[in-house]
Ligand binder design. Sequence first.
Ligand code: ADP
Ligand code: MG
Length: 621
Amino acid sequence: METLAFQSEARQLLQLMIHSIYSNKDTFLRELVSNASDALDKLKLETYRDKDLVVDTSDLHVAIEVDRERRTLTVRDNGIGMTREDVIGLIGTIAKSGTAEFLQQLKESKDAAASQDLIGQFGIGFYSTFMVADKVTLLTRHPRAEGVRWESAGEGTYTVEDAPDAPQGTSVTLHLKPVDEEDHLPDYTAPAKITEIVKRYADFITWPIRLAAEDGGEPTTINSRKALWARPASEVTEDEYAEFYRHVSHDWNKPLETIRIQAEGAFEYQALLFLPEQAPMDLFMRERKRGVQLYVKRVFIMDDCEELMPEYLRFVKGVVDAQDLSLNVSREILQQDRQIQLMRRRLVKKVLATVRTMAADRPEDYRKFWREFGAAVKEGLLSDTENRDTILGIASFASTHDAEEPTTLAGYVERMKDDQRHIYYMTGDSRATIEHSPHLEALRAKGYEVLVLTDPIDEMWVDAVPSFQGKEFQSIAKGQVDLGTEEEKSAAEEREKEFAGLLEWMTTTLADHVKQVRLSTRLTTSPACVVGDSFDLTPTLEKMYRAMGQEVPHVKRILELNPEHPLVTGLRTAFEGAEDRGPLAETAELLHGMAVLAEGGDLPDPARFARLLSDQLQRSL
Ligand code: ADP
Ligand code: MG
């Protein structure tokens, strides 16, 4: 027998369970039954994959047994089981991404209700058994390995030993804590209590769940085993959907939205999909899985079926049950199957249409949805050109119109000024940098609204999506911003001539830093700003590519001067009268540095900038 220590995060979670203030302790049984049901699914799948596997699958089921005298409760399945490595890796450690953040949040939340909420959101699976038991014994055997016995009181360590007699599958025995109604600890050895919990949480599980009779007689099957998606929509209650959602998603919250599709005809299928209320912590991690399971004729075939849902809708959970596929269907076949492709198109359209309806009918829920998943959905603007207009239609964006409320593009277009031709936006790291950026000045002066785009994905889609409802997207930090009337334009041309000498000289002087110096139409109060050419990478994008390890050339930008600003007109006068342009070159450099700082950028040589500035200040005293 070997005694091993829990990984430290696991230990902290266990402590939390042992001293749990979580009032809904019944959920431990749901977690055990859910794991058992998953294990049966996995075994079934394994026998399709490996025809030589010797294992009895004639009576796959979950059995629950109680011993009132010894106060034990056992949940047994004859599913896939676990190897010794599995037991140590899966039960002794928590691989769930976001655990560290979760524990940190929990530590910081002082109030009990808030921590209950957090526990609920995180979901704790197997460890929830320690809310009701002071010792847990797990006996398990994988079809290709020896049996293992695992035991723990949840206090820092567990034991593992060989168990040659362990039958196929897994049994988990809880040595129950004493009944304590005040602490929400009912008698979990009472058959009525168990039946009630299973009916409430696991009725839809398609495997039989049997409760052993106390007198040693025939066990009774206590779940109805009806697949929810196969029942008429009018008969299924919201609670039943919510429980099923929890089972497929491993999320303890209710779903934000439930979507059903019944497709009849040559290729028949049913889909039951859910939009979660909250984004999982790993939504933007690369190894993250997709949430749709594939069933064929009620039989579970695979998890994480990426052929059914595109990457940008990876947060959608649920089940698709196809009637006309072979049970042996493989990923390779799915990828090439035309029917599957048609089905996927329909599922995607339905999900997007559901969001559109939600936006119209339940704006609060829509706002919640977009806050959680908008950044993922926007990836579809790049990857799903077929649905691009639909995605633009359901998207919302922060804007200068309202500091709190995001706007739809339709809302933006409606508010456009009579003389305004483009949808203006600016990308950047944060709302604050964008709002303080000099690029906004002239637009603000004209009363034009600007979209404030701060998600990393925004940098990408704005280059790929040309327009919305015929209005082109225009970055206010790129290219020439054309805001003027005819009159203003000819005045600008005049000024361009007046400044020609200065601009040419500055372009040469600052050649290491910028590719051009020109006059600006976007500034009213600042002397200068730096902008990109229409097709250049933005500085943020440049940084992002470097962070991903890609080689990108440094992009030189354009320095724009405000011809109305005293500093700029003064510089011109000095330039024209100067014999020695040396000191002026330093002023030009300072002007460039200030423009970089104003947009929250990094100076090429901060020490030199500070020295030039201090020299100039001294001279002015
Ligand atoms: P989750 O189910 O969300 O993965 P759990 O804490 O409930 O988290 O379970 C952790 C892992 O332990 C499962 O993913 C599974 O691999 C394994 N496991 C738990 N119970 C069983 C079981 N009855 N049979 C086989 N494997 C199991
Ligand atoms: Mg589980």
